[in-house]
Design a protein around this ligand. Structure first.
Ligand SMILES: NC(=O)c1ccc[n+]([C@@H]2O[C@H](COP(=O)([O-])OP(=O)(O)OC[C@H]3O[C@@H](n4cnc5c(N)ncnc54)[C@H](O)[C@@H]3O)[C@@H](O)[C@H]2O)c1
Length: 248
């Protein structure tokens, strides 16, 4: 296997399952040392044990806790002494109509998706500044670009992640750090199957030019590219992976 990520230290939040785990496996197979940072400690540990090659670690981390993300940064530095790439992937997307949504439900989504991205980036960014190098990749969503039905909280959080990506890219460029986002359409994960009713997924698929839902594998090559030197002159970009659903 081509070792295009040889010896890169890549921190991925929310990588105990789903998209994050698939990306972790792909990057690890190509030489990267992965830090799986997830609130679900048991699943994170299991995930790391099942990665194809060694040297990766699992760290229990709640992205909404400043103390927890600072511990994450400390643990990563003790183990690897640097961070090449941060992938802010941890996310939460419960469907709820705006008319039924409580303030605490709104806050929980904003807290994990937006404040979590802020906090983890705040903890890792100084390391990248000292290195004068680093790549930050934020998992956004097409919901943050065009809005999603039943997703006012989620769409707001992901639109804000896109804003954060672009604004930070402007500040970070002169420090040798790039900041980009990936905006997937609906990707078939265990969580997606639980969140969306089957008929809604069928209806959605009809409006996707490529006529299918995305798979976790559809994201791995794109994220790998954003982790590689091939993307060195890209920053502040939102790379959409949605089978042509949005085309903006
Ligand atoms: N699945 C999709 O259709 C889709 C589409 C667009 C964007 N996304 C985004 O991709 C990312 C991954 O989605 P997924 O489908 O793999 O989700 P998932 O539910 O399968 O995985 C989310 C992971 O985040 C972890 N997590 C949740 N709260 C956390 C916290 N406070 N601290 C640390 N970890 C926490 C969970 O334990 C889990 O391992 C999310 O940001 C999501 O918004 C997903």
């Amino acid at each position: 296997m081509d070792q295009i990520h040889a010896n890169q230290v890549i921190v991925i939040t929310g990588a105990a399952q789903g998209i994050g785990l698939t990306i972790a496996r792909y990057l690890n197979e190509r030489g990267a040392m992965i830090v799986i940072a997830d609130i679900n400690e048991e699943a994170a540990q299991r995930a790391v044990e099942n990665l194809p090659t060694g040297k990766s670690i699992a760290v229990k981390c709640d992205v909404t806790s400043e103390e927890s993300v600072n511990d994450l940064a400390k643990t990563v530095m003790e183990k690897f002494s640097r961070v090449d790439i941060l992938i802010n992937n941890a996310g939460y997307f419960p469907v709820r109509l705006f008319s039924d949504m409580s303030y605490s439900e709104w806050n929980k989504v904003i807290d994990i998706n937006l404040n979590g991205t802020f906090l983890v980036t705040k903890a890792i960014y100084p390391i990248m500044i000292r290195q004068r190098s680093g790549k930050i990749i934020n998992m956004a969503s097409v919901s943050g670009r065009v809005g999603g039905f039943g997703f006012t909280h989620y769409s707001a959080s992901k639109a804000a992640v896109i804003g954060l990506t672009k604004a930070l890219a402007k500040e970070a460029g002169s420090l040798g750090i790039t900041v980009n986002a990936v905006a997937p359409g609906v990707i078939e994960t265990e969580t997606t199957k639980n969140v969306f009713p089957g008929f809604a997924l069928k209806e959605y698929t009809k409006s996707v030019p490529l006529q299918r839902l995305g798979t976790e594998a559809d994201l791995q090559g794109v994220v790998s590219f954003l982790c590689s030197a091939g993307s060195d002159y890209m920053t502040g970009q939102v790379v959409t992976v949605d089978g042509g659903y949005t085309m903006i």
